[in-house]
Each structure stands twice: as C-alpha cells, then as structure tokens.
Design a protein around this ligand. Sequence first.
Ligand SMILES: [Zn+2]
Length: 111
Amino acid sequence: MPIYEYKCKKCALLTSAFVRNVEREVVPTCQHCGGKTARALSRFAVGKDAARVRSDFGAVPRSAEDYKDPRQIGRWVENQFESYGMDLPDEARTMIDAARDGELPDAVKDL
Ligand SMILES: [Zn+2]
C-alpha cells in the first residue's frame, strides 16, 4: 500500500496518507489546519534509483504486497532490458516513472 504525501495549500505542511486504492485516491485534508491539500512528490519515491530499489526489494517482488508498491511498476520491463544489456527506451522510462508517481499513462486511464 503506497504512502503518499499531501502538501497543504494553506499552511504548506505535509500530511501523509495510506492510499488503499490508487485509482480511487481520496485526498486528505491537512492534519495540521484542516485545509485542502494536493499530492506532493513523496520523499518515499524520490531519489531512489533502480539499484537502490533492488537492494530494498530484491530483483523480483517477494510477495503480493511488494507488487502494490509503486516502485515495482515497470520492474519486470527494466529487468528484461537490463538482462539484455540494453537501455530502456526513453518513452518506456517516462511512462514507468510517471506510473510510479501515481500517474497512469493516458492509454491505461481510458480502459
Ligand atoms: Zn494546513
């Protein structure tokens, strides 16, 4: 279950929330002042490159819970390219990064 951080539009402090269903995200109100919030880039997801994520999770997700971590999105694709010694195409890289930030590609949103 991913944890997202929301930045208050009023007091600018962060509120963390578990997101049980990424597709039905409920934006929390600020836990400090009750103001409206918007999703902030999570410290959880930022600054972790593939090598770091692998050291945290192993090359293959170990359990169903691991698959729910947004950092696991696209892991298989990355591993396939890596095993052939190829660079991930820019388009795939962009889509995977966006998906890990909780943004689904347009093609997926329309499903
Ligand atoms: Zn606030």
